[in-house]
Design a protein around this ligand. Structure first.
Ligand code: MG
Length: 373
């Protein structure tokens, strides 16, 4: 199966603000066009062809990329690109807008896979917002969103079929699916992705920039102390241990889990436990600390991060931690949704020095590394 990617980059893109055509503008350390071409640098794609505006030849000189001058309209540009590939024996072609640099290999492969059954396939997302009509700043009506999709690219086709469809097409078309359907070709819908946004307005650059840079790794540390009080048990790293005294605190006073939770908030630069779960709020009285740890993990997930590894140190003379360390690692790993090998729990005494040495309380410190999810 010989597959070509045809990237349409002939537009002038004046809605995206000043700075020249958007495909040549900088984005996350490269140009938009470089990201888009890189997305199609996949083993199953034999050739990548860029359709450019004739004035852009200097910008477009890229090693390993075929160039073709586009026409007056988008459809004309695509047809010229297809003609340039016509003699090269391609079975399939993926036609993609250069302004969608965040397209994933998953979306591209879903399109290719669907072409085993239909002559055309393209990604789309169902419309989830209510739809209105409006004029002069007022709502004038509503539209049923049932059965409506937001079309994306790449739009993939059997090569000979789409070439014939473009040769037969007259006038403008919103996209290649419209050209294909006008020619009678069946087009399958495959799942699109929100990340596969089309850079259209100035604000889209910032969103695409964030998506392409990714969150990177983040590191944090946490420290906590709880004083002993009357009681018959302590909870440390999610494990309840019988003990001659308890730990004083608003919640279950799990000092180890608090240190770890604060390490995660620290890595995210999103405050600390006290900010998210104020001790002044009665709803957290006696709360089990897994609620806090889970909240921190969920916040990390929202920011595209998951635990890489975590290391907790409990500082106390009593109780002895060693026999329970394995159970504590398991409890923390379960709450964090990771493997036990990613979590360390260890302990030290302070040689009978200081408040932990005098057994007035337990201290804990934790480090965590968060990695892209
Ligand atoms: Mg605490």
């Amino acid at each position: 199966m010989k597959i070509a990617a045809l990237i349409v980059a002939a537009g002038r893109g004046n809605r995206a603000g000043p700075g020249g055509p958007k495909q040549w503008r900088a984005l996350a350390g490269r140009r938009v066009v470089d990201w888009t071409l890189a997305a199609f640098d996949l083993p199953e794609i034999a050739d990548r062809l860029l359709v450019i505006h004739p004035e852009d030849r200097a910008e477009a000189r890229l090693p390993g990329i075929r160039l073709v001058a586009g026409g007056a309209t988008r459809s004309e540009s695509v047809r010229l690109g297809l003609e340039a590939l016509a003699e090269d024996g391609f079975d399939l072609v993926l036609i993609h807008d250069v302004a969608r640099p965040c397209v994933s290999a998953q979306v591209i492969r879903a399109v290719i896979a669907a072409l085993a059954k239909t002559p055309g396939a393209a990604p789309a997302l169902p419309v989830s917002d209510a739809l209105w009509t409006g004029a002069e700043g007022r709502v004038t009506g509503t539209r049923d969103r049932e059965g409506l999709f937001r079309a994306q690219t790449p739009q993939g086709f059997h090569f000979d079929a789409i070439l014939a469809a473009h040769r037969a097409h007259e006038g403008a078309a919103p996209d290649d699916v419209a050209v294909a359907r006008a020619f009678g070709l069946d087009v399958a819908i495959v799942p699109g992705a929100e990340e596969n946004l089309k850079i259209t307005w100035p604000g889209d650059f910032a969103r695409a920039d964030q998506l392409l840079k990714g969150p990177g790794m983040r590191i944090g540390n946490g420290y906590d102390v709880h004083a002993f009080c009357d009681g018959d048990h302590v909870v440390l790293c999610g494990v309840k241990l019988a003990h001659g005294r308890g730990l004083k605190g608003h919640s279950d006073a799990d000092v180890g889990m608090h240190a770890l939770t604060d390490a995660i908030y620290g890595a995210l630069a999103r405050g600390d436990i006290g900010q998210h779960f104020p001790p002044s709020d009665p709803q957290w009285k006696g709360a089990e600390s897994h609620v806090f740890l889970r909240h921190a993990i969920d916040l990390a997930a929202q920011m595209g991060l998951k635990p890489g590894n975590a290391d907790v140190t409990l500082i106390c003379e009593e109780p002895k931690i060693g026999p329970h360390a394995q159970a504590m690692r398991g409890a923390l790993a379960t709450i964090m949704g990771c493997d036990i090998d990613q979590v360390s729990v260890k302990a030290t005494t302070s040689e009978r020095l200081g408040f932990t040495g005098r057994q007035e309380g337990i201290a804990a410190q934790a480090s965590v590394l968060l990695v892209p999810a």
